[in-house]
Design a protein around this ligand. Sequence first.
Ligand code: SF4
Length: 194
Amino acid sequence: MLLARELGKIYAAIDQSVALALSHAEHKPVCQKGCEHCCRQPIPLSQPEAFALFEYVRFALAPEIKAKLLQNYLSQQDAQAPGAPCPLLLNGSCQAYQLRPIACRRFMVGRMACGEHEDPAATRPEDLIIPARSALNDCLLGLSGIYEKHYRLFGMAQAPEFRSPVERIAWIKTNTAIIQAYNWQSFFEVRRKD
Ligand code: SF4
């Protein structure tokens, strides 16, 4: 769980920025367990975050949960179709909540719950509770450091080189896919003892 430990510092900083945003928010968030509409949006996921989730799924998730996730995953015709659920969603709850990615940690809606297929960023952006952009940028810089340190893990021949923080952040964004686009099947199939 190497990457999970390194990402832990980044996630803690994001959670801190979320707590600060909540302390100033006009509305309290209505997000709660069982409300899964945001988990059916395209969720940006960097490779370090994906690897940490793969490790978690492979080594820490209970076999019976993995079996159910695999069943759901295989039952979908197109895992990337609009409205397709995140592969880690089960019965309205995230099966990797402690390790959920930055995008999930920062997403909060106030006033009223999202409707089915609603993207509140488009329909009512004023209800979004948005943590400071500077905190997000700091975390993206941290992510770029993980790419530099573990570049081989991400299939790179050499560590990426950056000339400025702006370049780092832009690079992270272009090297991020959506969570639904990763191939989860082999990780759900692996048994705990493997
Ligand atoms: S990682 Fe968890 S919180 Fe994020 S979209 Fe998937 S199920 Fe939802």
